[in-house]
Design a protein around this ligand. Structure first.
Ligand code: XMP
Ligand code: MG
Length: 191
């Protein structure tokens, strides 16, 4: 990325553009909608905060154009880990607000890295007797996978590199970028 000002100035390289994200979300919404046509009670989207916040907002609106009926829930979980890696030991910071028994649940996840967080979340939600649980993840790092998670819907596969933007952060910054990119090395050096 050219030397920009403000938020763009710290980005070394854009990996996925705003337009690519928009198109992909529309495709994912069409698929999820088609697969849930006639699903009793519609779809209960479960957003995993904070990283999936942008994806949830755009995906829900895209899905709304195709149906079926939607409801939204938000969970916040934190995985105990060192720096930028996850350990698979998960703590719930914010739980679901309601019972999901008999519901068709779609987990809305930002990125599948080792798969440990999602694997834990799938088991947690399945233990609450939903009618079904599927995952839609906008990004996946296939080479980083440690535990296989049945992720039915995936937007983009990407290299095993730390990325920011479109909800993804480094030290809580850069979530507002409309694209996904890699930070310049000096950004880490000065933090
Ligand atoms: P695991 O390894 O459990 O991790 O699949 C998934 C969670 O880790 C975070 N994550 C990232 N966050 N840039 C980020 O800002 C990244 O490149 C990245 N890779 C993983 C993210 O919260 C995800 O839900
Ligand atoms: Mg994060």
């Amino acid at each position: 990325m050219a030397e920009g000002s403000g938020r763009d100035a710290d980005i070394e390289r854009v990996i996925i553009t705003e337009e690519q994200i928009r198109q992909k979300i529309d495709e994912l919404a069409k698929q999820v909608s088609a697969d849930h046509a006639g699903a009793e009670g519609g779809i209960l989207l479960v957003c995993v905060l904070k990283g999936a916040v942008m994806f949830m907002a755009d995906f829900a609106r895209a899905l709304g154009r195709y149906g079926p009926q939607l409801e939204m829930e938000f969970m916040a979980i934190s995985s105990y880990g060192q720096g930028t890696t996850s350990s698979g030991v998960v703590r719930i910071l914010k739980d679901l607000d309601r019972d999901i028994t008999g519901r068709h649940v779609v987990i809305v996840e930002d990125i599948v890295d080792s798969g440990l967080t999602l694997s834990w979340l799938m088991k947690y939600l399945q233990s609450r007797s939903p009618a079904s649980v599927e995952v839609v993840a906008l990004f996946r790092k296939p080479d980083a996978i440690k535990v296989q998670v049945p992720t039915k819907y995936v937007g983009f596969d990407m290299p095993t590199e730390f990325v920011v933007g479109y909800g993804l952060d480094f030290a809580e910054r850069y979530r507002e970028l409309p694209y996904v990119g890699v930070l310049k090395p000096e950004v880490y050096a000065r933090s």
